[in-house]
Design a protein around this ligand. Structure first.
Ligand SMILES: C[S@@+](CC[C@H](N)C(=O)[O-])C[C@H]1O[C@@H](n2cnc3c(N)ncnc32)[C@H](O)[C@@H]1O
Ligand SMILES: [Zn+2]
Ligand SMILES: [Zn+2]
Ligand SMILES: [Zn+2]
Length: 733
């Protein structure tokens, strides 16, 4: 059983490494982007701890055997728990309210003939090359080769001065590239538009073409730009009804002829041919009757309203003409594919490609690569945008040059599906921190529905609201899941960006794609625009837990991960466990996010999840109250043994997990499911106050006596939609 066989340090070490480079440990995730994927190693460990008779460390590197067992995940997202279960031979049942999740999990798990896929993908690239290849070629400034490949086109937003009408480039800065991956710094000149390379950024440099000074800072800052002609300030986006224009100002390219003897990257300002190619794309697009370019409006939302502020009212406005032409042409070619699985695979590729082929991508001036639209969980609009080469660039050595093209997507997809046939684990030999990496093939395991006449595994993957889904009583050997974390990621608002395209390509006749948007009133996230607060989240979570738990076989585990920086966001979890008739028998810590994630870094947030291991009440005697103090200390010690340098935020999340377990076990005897949800949340809030509130948390995390405390709790305790006290007025926790 998990409770006695799970090994915190061992799993923490694996999960931490996995989260640093997830595609190296679970290449299958490259099938398509999904947000906040949990580590596969964690769920493998949980299932092996539950179902294998061996010690976890022994079981981990051997084929697991879950054949005949049925594992469910009502919130499958990118599919992590189900992939792990399926891989060990289990039947899997899962659902997600978001059609994109449903689609992605199917694509991850269904068998695909890789050879046929490769042939079709190569053919697609060849045709695109014939039809559009020249639009991505540029003249090399070193050798004059007209067939160099444009890697990234850099575009700057523009606006007219409100005072004198002067057309202005909204440059936040003039540095195009830093001397980290390239031997020099590259500046664009505000006067003549040409590029100059400099050996440092400390001295003041002059443009080598026109002798104008080359400052680092540009005129655009904090929504204001100073006009170089009249000296007045103009604000942007300033309620604009249409998106601001873009001007092509630089190109990073790849010249195969010069590359062997050239140091660093190749940069140029666009020449007349480059501008003519952009114009050609515009004209060709204008002459086209689009069949696949979505005409959907962007609905308002917590994340999407920012796009409206910048004048984007329709999804298609997030792309430039060359991108739209390339995507429309790709869709038309994909639609002619006869083999359904191959067509679906290529459509999935197109959907994933979109995140690099749009005008919200930014250029990382240090790493010299494109940052795709989902590199943060929102839609930030930049002033400089990066257009990647649609086709992708072959580099001779096998690895593509640049990112964000068809070649890149096809390569990683093929690797992902090859892993399904031959999954592996990575063992680290030597010390926990260093050591040699050894890939251990796990023969006997595979991901998919059918293979070589072996017994067919059930893949019951649905697009559905889990709160309304019926599960057969006593049919599940385990529920392993990762519920949404209140308000953290607006899955639907983000995924609509892909969905509006995919729906046109594969939606016909597929009920999951019938709605125009993936947004759903029953999605369990806090969302201010849709007025979904903690009560909605609690009710939904409790319904899903109750329905799924009711289908467990006697003694079967119900395990899920959770983390939040605010204790009030855990109250719904406690209510859901109690309503579902479960008891929390163990809470385990595990790193589950990358410390350096752009959305975590610098916020001091926790990267550690609590795994709540629950069983049905009738299967388990109620446990004595935990000694939380010792439990937190032991957990932090074990995480450290596993190689995790934890922050105070991590300790706090671990502590919250133990507190919630205690709350559940304290409240179970008098719990009445039929009470209104506000009252139930109120009971949790009062329990927490009687437990000692934040003062008690500070005592447990050691924050009171710590000198390097990074947190101010006073800033951290309010959720967007606060817990309302019911009978006795609001409660401050
Ligand atoms: C934290 S994610 C799961 C991530 C997944 N475990 C992974 O590693 O990729 C939670 C998922 O719950 C889904 N969800 C939210 N409300 C739901 C509902 N009412 N029914 C089913 N799924 C829902 C979201 O669409 C999201 O995909
Ligand atoms: Zn050249
Ligand atoms: Zn100049
Ligand atoms: Zn002016």
């Amino acid at each position: 059983m998990i409770e006695d066989r799970y090994d915190i340090a061992f799993v923490a070490n694996l999960a931490k490494r996995e989260k640093q480079i997830q595609q190296n440990y679970r290449p299958v995730i490259a099938v398509h982007k999904w947000f906040a994927r949990r580590p596969g190693t964690l769920f493998r460990a949980l299932m092996l701890a539950e179902f294998s008779a061996l010690s976890l460390q022994d079981a981990f590197y051997q084929a697991g055997n879950l054949s005949g067992k049925t594992i469910a995940d009502p919130f499958m997202g990118g599919g992590t728990p189900l992939l792990e279960a399926n891989r060990m031979g289990a039947h899997v049942r899962g659902c997600d309210i978001n059609p994109m999740a449903y689609w992605i999990v199917r694509q991850e798990m269904e068998y695909l003939n890789l050879q046929d896929y490769r042939a079709a993908a190569d053919e697609l690239r060849k045709t695109l090359e014939r039809e559009l290849g020249h639009l991505y070629r540029t003249r090399c400034e070193v050798c004059g080769n007209p067939e160099a490949h444009a890697k990234y086109f850099l575009w700057v937003k523009g606006a007219d001065c409100h005072h004198c009408g002067n057309p202005m480039d909204l440059f936040p800065g003039y540095l195009v590239a830093e001397d980290v991956r390239h031997p020099k710094n590259v500046f664009v000149c505000a006067e003549c538009g040409q590029l100059t390379e400099t050996s440092d950024r400390k001295n003041s440099w002059l443009c080598v073409h026109c002798r104008a000074p080359l400052p680092i800072a540009g005129p655009a800052k904090s929504s204001r730009c100073r006009c170089s002609r009249c000296g007045e300030e103009t604000t942007y986006p300033n309620g604009t009804k249409t998106p601001l224009r873009h001007r092509l100002f630089a190109i990073e390219y790849h010249c195969p002829d010069c590359k062997p003897k050239h140091q660093g990257r190749f940069f140029k300002a666009p020449d007349a041919e480059d501008l003519a190619k952009a114009a050609e794309a515009e004209n060709r697009l204008a002459a086209l009757a689009p069949q696949y370019i979505p005409d959907d409006a962007i609905p308002a939302g917590d994340e999407t309203t920012r796009l409206h502020r910048w004048g984007y009212s329709h999804y298609r406005e997030l792309f430039n003409s060359r991108q739209l032409l390339g995507l429309e042409t790709s869709c038309r070619l994909i639609a002619t594919q006869k083999d359904e699985r191959i067509r679906n695979a290529l459509a999935t590729n197109l959907s994933d490609l979109l995140r690099y082929q749009n005008m919200l991508c930014r250029y990382d001036t240090m790493a010299l690569k494109s940052l795709d639209i989902f590199s943060v969980h929102g839609f930030p609009v930049g002033l400089v945008q990066c257009e990647s080469n649609l086709l992708g660039i072959e580099n001779g050595g096998g690895l593509p040059a640049g990112s964000g093209g068809w070649l890149n997507i096809i390569e990683k997809f093929a690797k992902a599906k090859a892993y399904c046939d031959k999954p592996f684990e990575v063992r680290h030999q030597g010390t926990t921190r260093g050591g040699r990496k050894v890939t251990v093939p796990i023969s006997g395991e595979w991901i998919g529905d059918v293979r070589n006449g072996e017994a067919k595994r059930v893949l019951d993957i649905a697009c559905a609201d889990a709160a309304g889904r019926d599960w057969q009583p006593e049919s599940l050997d385990g529920v392993f899941t990762d519920p949404p974390y209140f308000g953290n990621v607006q899955y639907a608002e983000l995924m609509d960006f892909c969905y509006v395209w995919l729906r046109r390509l594969v939606g016909a006749g597929n009920a999951a794609f019938s709605a125009p948007s993936t947004r759903h009133a029953q999605e369990l996230t806090g969302n201010e625009s849709m007025q979904r607060g903690l009560a909605h989240f609690t009710e939904g979570l409790a319904q899903v837990f109750s329905r799924t738990a009711a289908a467990l076989k006697p003694g079967a585990p119900f395990a899920f991960t959770y983390h939040h920086n605010d204790i009030t966001a855990y109250f719904p979890v406690a209510v859901a466990i109690l309503d579902a008739g479960l008891i929390c028998s163990k809470v385990l810590p595990c790193p589950a996010e990358m410390g350096a994630s752009i959305h975590i870094k610098g916020t001091g947030s926790s990267t550690v999840d609590s795994i709540f291991v629950c069983r049905r009440r009738q299967d388990r005697t109620i446990l004595k109250p935990d000694d939380i103090d010792n439990a937190v200390r032991d957990d932090m010690q074990a995480l450290e043994t596993g190689g995790l340098t934890s922050t105070l935020g991590d300790t706090r999340c671990v502590t919250y997990g133990h507190i919630i377990r205690q709350a559940v076990n304290d409240l179970v005897a008098d719990w009445k499911t039929q009470r209104p949800v506000e009252d139930k949340l109120d009971i949790l809030a009062r329990w927490f106050v009687s437990f000692g509130g934040q003062e008690a948390v500070r005592g447990l995390t050691g924050e009171n006596c710590s000198h390097n405390s990074q947190y101010s709790y006073s800033n951290q305790t309010s959720l967007p939609i606060a817990v309302k006290g019911s009978a006795h007025g609001p409660i401050s926790v």
